[in-house]
Design a binder for this molecule. Structure first.
Ligand code: SF4
Ligand code: SF4
Length: 141
């Protein structure tokens, strides 16, 4: 039995395909969608928990990769270095889920990891290199 939290990144030409339907019907997986950011003709992201038999999960990952979907295994995470952070706020403007936000009344930046969908936008926005990606592609295990 496999149970994994992953993020799927959809390129624009795949966004409108019934990926969830195939995961359930063709690979017998249970799909629990935790967060979705899907827009027609733009890159989309889905955070989900998948569970099912090991072999089915491995076959599903192979199929997802063939569809040109990027799979990020959430056993790895985005990390925030409090020591490096200068609380400039640049990341709070671009973070789509407000995982990086200002804590009032001190107005210091905090990182709420459970809201993070590993979009990696903050990596490019942070001038202090306080954000790091520890995520790796899922390998189907
Ligand atoms: S990767 Fe960065 S910008 Fe993206 S959701 Fe997580 S904290 Fe926010
Ligand atoms: S952009 Fe970097 S330095 Fe600025 S508040 Fe965000 S994490 Fe801190």
């Amino acid at each position: 039995m496999t149970r994994k939290k992953i993020v799927l990144r959809f390129p624009p030409h795949v966004v409108e395909q019934p990926v969830i339907y195939h995961l359930i019907k063709d690979y017998n997986l249970m799909v629990n969608i935790l967060r979705a950011d899907i827009n027609p003709r733009k890159e989309g992201r889905l955070m989900m928990e998948l569970s099912g038999e090991d072999a089915d999960y491995r076959r599903a990952v192979q199929w997802l990769k063939k569809q040109e979907l990027k799979i990020i295994n959430l056993e790895q995470q985005i990390s925030w270095s409090e020591e490096r952070c200068t609380h400039c706020g640049a990341c709070t403007v671009i973070c789509p889920t407000a995982a990086l936000n200002f804590e009032r009344p001190a107005m210091t930046v905090r990182f709420e990891e459970d809201k993070c969908i590993i979009c990696e936008l903050c990596l490019r926005a942070c001038p202090a290199r306080a954000m790091e990606a520890l995520a790796e592609n899922a390998n189907g295990r």
